[in-house]
Design a protein around this ligand. Structure first.
Ligand SMILES: [Zn+2]
Ligand SMILES: [Zn+2]
Length: 284
């Protein structure tokens, strides 16, 4: 990846709610993992997820052809002599290269004009105990990510500083908001927010949660939204705990408690999920 590296000094950081590849409104998500670090979910648009999958699997047919070519070369080599085996390899290589090229071209053709590239537009380089490190293909997304996490940035490289400055200047000339503004409609009721949380994938749900917390001020309604969000975050673990014997159930909740603290959840949501798991741990 050619992108600029961005480091944030926290486990918690803000994720711009737009596709990191083409900038469109996200309707899908992508999970990034680095080594043993837990996967992080990022918003993505479905179209870009499709071209990433096509791009990442583009090497499979050519690798399979190469394997067949090698097997054929061994068989021919044993039957007719090593020179003929070498000839089979010599014929296979251009075919393999042509297949790889064609597959990559096909994946590339799925991209939109605005796409940062045919492959993954971002990489998570892991948490080293001090910072989470990322790389993004799109300069716009890099700048937005850096701006949204301004206070948490560490080891800012000259390249990143330059990029953010350019972006800021460009924004002064053509005013665009730091955060993409979604269409403003009638304000949602707490129940409508809860419905929206339930209907979304992980990234969209967390984004909706933050927006609900900005929009709803009544403490009781906020508590209800937090509780609903926590139940949704915890749902997978609770489902897995069903029917597990006591000791295994406790192990599951202990691990879930570690995971939720490492996850990129809004603070109030994290606290609620922790309370939920702790209660279950006590009663298991
Ligand atoms: Zn996209
Ligand atoms: Zn794309």
């Amino acid at each position: 990846m050619r992108g600029v590296t961005v480091e944030v000094s926290a486990r918690k950081f803000s994720i711009p709610f737009e596709c990191p590849c083409c900038g469109a409104e996200p309707d899908s998500e992508i999970t990034l993992s680095a080594g043993r670090t837990r996967g992080l979910v990022f918003p993505y648009c479905a179209r870009c997820v499709a071209h990433v999958i096509a791009w990442e699997s583009a090497g499979v047919p050519s690798a399979a052809t190469m394997l067949l070519g090698i097997i054929a070369a061994i068989v021919v080599g044993l039957a007719a002599g090593p020179l003929f085996g070498a000839l089979v390899v010599a014929v296979t290589i251009p075919i393999v290269l042509a297949i790889a090229r064609a597959m990559r071209k096909r994946a590339g053709a799925r991209c939109a004009q605005a796409c940062a590239g045919p492959g993954r537009a971002l990489a998570y380089l892991g948490w080293d105990g001090n910072a989470s490190r990322f790389q993004f293909e799109s300069p716009t997304y890099t700048a937005r990510f850096a701006e949204q996490n301004d206070k948490r940035l560490v080891n800012v490289t000259t390249a990143l500083r330059k990029l953010v400055d350019h972006y800021r200047i460009a924004r002064l000339q053509v005013p665009t908001p730091v955060v993409a503004v979604s269409a403003v409609g009638t304000p949602l009721s707490p129940d409508a927010w809860i419905e929206r949380l339930a209907a979304s994938g992980t990234v969209a749900r967390r984004h909706a949660f933050l927006r609900a917390m900005e929009a709803i001020h009544d403490p009781a309604a906020r508590a209800r939204i937090v509780a609903a969000g926590a139940n949704l975050e915890a749902a997978k673990v609770l489902e897995r705990a069903e029917g597990l014997p006591g000791a295994e159930g406790r192990l599951l909740f202990e691990q879930a408690l570690v995971d939720v603290r490492l996850d990129n959840l809004p603070d109030d949501l994290e606290e609620a999920v922790v309370r939920l798991f702790e209660e279950r741990l006590r009663s298991t």
